[in-house]
Write a protein that binds this ligand. Structure first.
Ligand code: BGC
Length: 810
């Protein structure tokens, strides 16, 4: 069953009922100010940091579901309704929600009145714009009341939900004309305030939630709206809100628009006040002046469209499969931008309070983002490197606002360091900008100890080189990519964190997955050494990598697949000798991607085992057989019921590793089959099963052992976005940035006749045509650049800013 459809021309997903299986959301904002908005206008806004600078309040896991957002109430006679259906849930005559790139348009119609809400964050301003347009489509004149509503968060979202003995006394506001200023804690250490304003004269306002809603009413039946009259309340403590009351008189056919701005403003510390406890409103005045007219709003929307058009023009493909085109050209890249911006902080499943920026997560997010805005990727790499420790190990997370490592969770996740090489290498392969390697980066944010980024990469590699266990495999520490494989934790008490309980380091438990990473990213590090003239170091790194390959092929090989790990007793995990959890997906994907066993058949055998043992109709499950009981020596992985999350769920993040791995062996048909299974645009027709948005990936789909097989969870913020884009753009369609230029090496289904592709790369726009009339799966027979036949399949430097590339597959 579908709940909407794609509009490819406008690059929108059009939702046609407010009652989607779960809230289907979108993200507003590209730089500092962000909003999450659902198809019923739920969600919240924040500035830079979803925990520390939360602008509006949202209650997770609430009932009714998705309750709280930017709500516009219309009172038309006795009927009270919202264009997005929530929170009144008044049945609408018509409803659509169009989620586009950085904006959402929700339109509702009731009794001949149409109300449209356009919501977006302008490209360079710290505010959300909500333009409400009322149109009288009836034959009679209409006299309607419009009420706005948002609920302010008292900035620190965590405190806001917990520290009520303080919070109920701190709230403060000012109201001047049509503008409401939220200034809780401004009197003390904050130099920022929020503003909520409308471009018309108002009938009245409210800033006290209790006054507006009534003590025992809810968002669905606020007393002020029921009565059609604001209270002009001024909040003192309790729960400050912003609400405006406006009136519209509409002749038949007439329209009127109202521009609301919800903004974030800062003042220099010495210019906070114009009178005792009265805010200096200059930054708010400047901001609001920019959005007073429809023409200004239209221009800002146009600028947003242009911004996205430019970004997406970097990579776009045309194949005969329109679903593939929309995924690659629009939605996958869009999700990559969102994961880059948010890491794992704020979604409808990540509360924005728990996790800051993940070290490994952010490094991987870069892989799918770096071609869009390389300068921001560069900045991010340096921010991440600044949190590394001197011995090459790293914090697992850092806070986006302070950019400091998060001491609560600490370090000891032994895959983290190698991801820094992955991210940096991707950046240089994209841009050719080797100067990043000379950038001084701190250790643990101590800039007096700064050394060039290249030294950080050296220490990353060096850390894994020396941190080894009894089989000479890398020690796993608290966990590797799989946060839930906690081999040193041994937790017996509920409530202990699997990630931070127990010693971070054990001298025995080892990871074959990290060994695979060491090979893959060790080689990428050696490439960087070679390219910068460090020939001896490159040779040394390659020798160490070769030793690791031997270790994997020996202690890491189980006969038909790669072992996953060795536990703290040196017993294998992910081996046929295990009772449960005999085979895991991660080492098969990573080791084959790294090239281990390509020549001697082990790689092919491992992937065959994946197909035989882990595949399902909705994707490849993480492990089999699922753990049916809690294993204290394995940790969180065995805490989930079978089929969920890391315990044999379809963890979408690592399915693309198998896609990439299959292409290493030239299996274009199989690579595409694996790609398709978890790809949301192909699941649109079964949205009642899949449940999450059909336009973005979710972290996990319930596996075949789960009673709800096929149900997606935790959409948006997942490394799946970046890895899928890498898999489809570089490994299947085969457009691979390398240190020496753009390589074209497609591995596609034999049935595909070919494709055309536009790729902007290092200042040149390449128009690439791939001809697969041979119906091959892999292999480039001939390649022409501007009509000239070239050797090999790496495009040599060209003159000018465009080039035609023709590739003939064999
Ligand atoms: C985390 C990743 C981790 C994955 C698998 C995600 O929730 O953000 O860092 O690799 O789970 O455990």
């Amino acid at each position: 069953m579908q709940f909407g459809h794609f509009d490819d021309v406008r690059k929108e997903y059009v939702i046609t009922t407010p009652k989607t299986p779960l809230p289907w959301i979108n993200y507003l904002g590209s730089e500092d100010f962000f909003g999450l908005i659902s198809n019923t206008a739920g969600g919240y806004a924040f500035y830079k940091d979803a925990k520390l600078l939360r602008i509006t309040r949202y209650r997770y896991n609430n009932t009714p579901l998705d309750n709280g957002g930017r709500y516009y109430y219309i009172k038309d006679g006795e009927t009270i309704w919202n264009p997005g259906w929530q929170p009144t849930q008044t049945e609408l005559d018509e409803y659509t929600c169009r989620h586009g790139l950085g904006y959402t348009v929700i339109t509702g119609k009731k009794n001949g009145l149409k109300a449209q809400m356009e919501a977006f964050v302008p490209v360079h301003d710290a505010c959300e714009i909500h333009r409400i347009t009322l149109t009288n489509e009836s034959e009679a004149e209409k006299d309607v009341d419009l009420f706005s509503f948002i609920e302010f968060c008292l900035w620190n979202a965590q405190d806001d939900q917990t520290n009520f003995q303080r919070n109920f006394s701190t709230g403060e506001v000012e109201v001047i004309g049509s503008t409401i200023y939220h200034k809780t804690e401004y009197r003390e250490r904050r130099n920022h305030f929020a503003v909520y304003s409308v471009n018309k004269e108002i009938e009245g306002f409210d800033t006290s939630r209790d006054a507006f809603i009534g003590q025992y009413n809810g968002f669905h039946d606020p007393e002020a709206v029921l009565e059609g009259k604001s209270r002009n309340s001024v909040a003192h403590g309790w729960a400050p809100i912003g609400s405006h009351h406006l009136k519209a008189q509409l002749a038949p056919g007439a329209s009127e628009s109202f521009v609301f701005v919800l903004g974030y403003c800062e003042n220099p510390r010495d210019q906070k006040f114009v009178a005792p406890n009265v805010i200096n409103k200059k930054p708010a005045d400047e901001l609001l002046a920019k959005y007073q007219t429809d023409a200004q709003v239209d221009a800002a929307l146009d600028a947003l469209h242009t911004y996205w058009e430019n970004l997406l023009s970097t990579y776009s493909v045309k194949t005969a499969d329109e679903k593939l085109n929309r995924l690659v050209n629009v939605w996958n890249q869009y999700q990559c931008m969102v994961t880059f911006n948010m890491s794992r902080s704020a979604s409808y499943y990540e509360s924005g309070m728990g996790r800051g920026m993940g070290f490994r997560d952010s490094c991987q997010d870069l892989l799918g983002f770096v071609h869009l805005i390389p300068e921001r990727a560069r900045e991010r790499i340096i921010d991440i490197a600044n949190t590394q420790f001197e011995d090459g190990s790293t914090y697992h997370q850092y806070q986006p606002l302070t950019k400091k490592g998060n001491a609560d969770i600490g370090g000891g996740f032994n895959d983290d360091p190698l991801w820094l090489i992955a991210g940096t290498s991707a950046y240089i392969r994209e841009t050719g900008d080797f100067s990043i390697l000379d950038e001084p980066c701190a250790f643990d944010s101590d800039f007096s100890k700064a050394v060039p980024l290249m030294e950080h990469l050296r220490r990353s590699f060096g850390f894994t080189t020396k941190t080894r266990g009894p089989h000479n495999l890398p020690l796993i520490g608290r966990a590797d990519w799989n946060d839930c494989l906690n081999l040193n934790c041994f937790s017996e008490e509920p409530g202990e964190s699997f990630q931070t309980f127990g010693p971070s380091e054990g001298p025995v438990a080892e990871s074959v997955f990290i060994a695979g990473m060491y090979v893959k990213y060790g080689n990428e590090y050696a490439d960087l050494c070679e390219a910068t003239g460090l020939t001896e170091e490159a040779a040394d790194v390659r020798a160490k990598v070769a030793e690791m390959v031997d270790v994997i092929e020996d202690a890491g090989w189980d006969g038909e697949w790669f072992v996953r790990a060795y536990d703290a007793f040196s017993n294998p995990v992910g081996s046929k000798v295990c009772e449960e959890g005999q085979i895991f997906i991660e080492p098969q994907g990573m080791c084959v991607m790294a090239g281990v066993g390509l020549e001697n058949g082990k790689a092919a055998q491992a992937l065959k085992s994946v197909e035989e043992r882990l595949d399902s109709k909705f994707g490849i499950v993480l492990l089999q057989p699922a753990y049916t009981k809690y294993h204290v020596e394995l940790g969180e992985i065995s805490s989930y019921p079978p089929g969920y999350k890391e315990n044999a769920g379809i963890f979408c993040h690592n399915n693309p590793w198998i896609v990439c791995a299959e292409t290493q062996l030239g299996h274009g048909d199989r690579a595409f089959e694996v790609f398709r299974k978890t790809c949301p645009v192909y699941l649109e027709e079964i949205s009642e099963v899949h449940r999450t948005e059909p336009y973005v990936y979710c972290q996990m789909v319930a596996g075949k052992d789960a009673p709800t097989f096929g149900e997606g969870k935790n959409s948006w913020l997942t490394g799946t976005a970046a890895w899928t884009f890498t898999a489809i753009s570089q490994y299947i369609l085969g457009i691979q940035p390398t240190l020496s230029g753009l390589k074209v090496d497609p591995c596609i289904p034999a049935s595909m006749d070919g494709f055309t592709l536009n790729r902007k790369y290092r200042g040149v726009e390449y128009k690439i045509t791939v001809d697969n009339s041979a119906h091959a799966q892999k292999g480039v027979a001939e390649m022409y650049v501007n009509g000239n036949k070239i050797e090999g399949n790496v495009i040599p430097p060209v003159e000018g800013t465009t080039a035609e590339v023709k590739v003939i597959m064999e």
